[in-house]
Design a protein around this ligand. Sequence first.
Ligand code: NCD
Length: 360
Amino acid sequence: MKHLIDPTDLTVEETNNIISLAEEIIANPEYFTARMAGKKLATLFYEPSTRTRLSFTSAMMELGGNVLGFSDPKSSSVSKGETVEDTVRVVGCFADIIAMRHFVEGAPYVASKVSPVPVINAGDGSHSHPTQTLTDLLTIKREIGRLDNLTVGFCGDLRFGRTVHSLIKALSRYHNNKVILIAPDELRLPDYIIQDVCVKNGVDYREVSTMEEVMPELDILYMTRVQKERFLDEDEFDRVKDSFILNLEKLATAKEKMAILHPLPRVNEIMKEVDADPRAAYFRQVANGKFVRMALLSRLIDWKDRPEHTMPEHPDYFVDRTMHCTNLKCISNVEGADPLFHRLDDGTVRCSYCESKIRR
Ligand code: NCD
């Protein structure tokens, strides 16, 4: 069985397969209207969402399937103290596939360990958001025509923006993609993405402090919202909240064929005047999200009993109860999941739920 917890749970081949199926669905939606007839998707959303939850719901409906679940955990047994593991064991009796969003990092991974049906991570804390990544890849493919040899500028909250973390992981697996990181010091990309993804895979990356200085080079400008809800210190948020604002003047030096992406919701980081520019792809990106989720749901259900589509093995993961993850938002600290770690080639130990660096 294949779950989607991290973008690298899918091989590059499987990722391309899902993107191609999404393109087929866009070209001939009428062929797919009964594809999921009799099947049920459970959407378990422990954290607010508009696009992700509704696009999963709409995707399942367009495939002829049904949807159940909750968007407010207060209305479920979670409010009685039920763990993620137990909730998923129960929901797995009612649904053929589960999409889970959780504010606790690593929660969907723990769910996948006990679930009898495929689990999709619809966003876990500031860690990962692999279905937004599939949406972004499909959008890049449709806007620019390729997934390799790209220069991609990521701008805004690279520290807490889970969509950025997942997309950089995915882009690092295609040939010759360059990454330019545009963020204030407080919102820099976490070290684990720089070291374990960019450096390890030889991705050409650099950090700059303005979008103007790199605008002419970019094929993609990936804008993000400063993630207010993830800050522990309100003053820190106030200091950085208006760091980068894209307007038409700043776009003047951009390539004619550049595409501007944003996972949305936007706050003030893209001025409304940009919306009418042909390079503004963020609303087309939302529409792509539904098609790619249709493709993903179909494939994960088709692949469920196919031995060639199984989860990657992690023989290097180990439980060590003498150590603990220092990230208070990690499932190992919130629900007491077994402390699980892996060691990188350079000797660094990471928590296997949230990828935080572990100090003994
Ligand atoms: C993003 C998310 O939830 O991480 N939104 C989305 O899923 N499209 C981005 C955000 O909340 O800023």
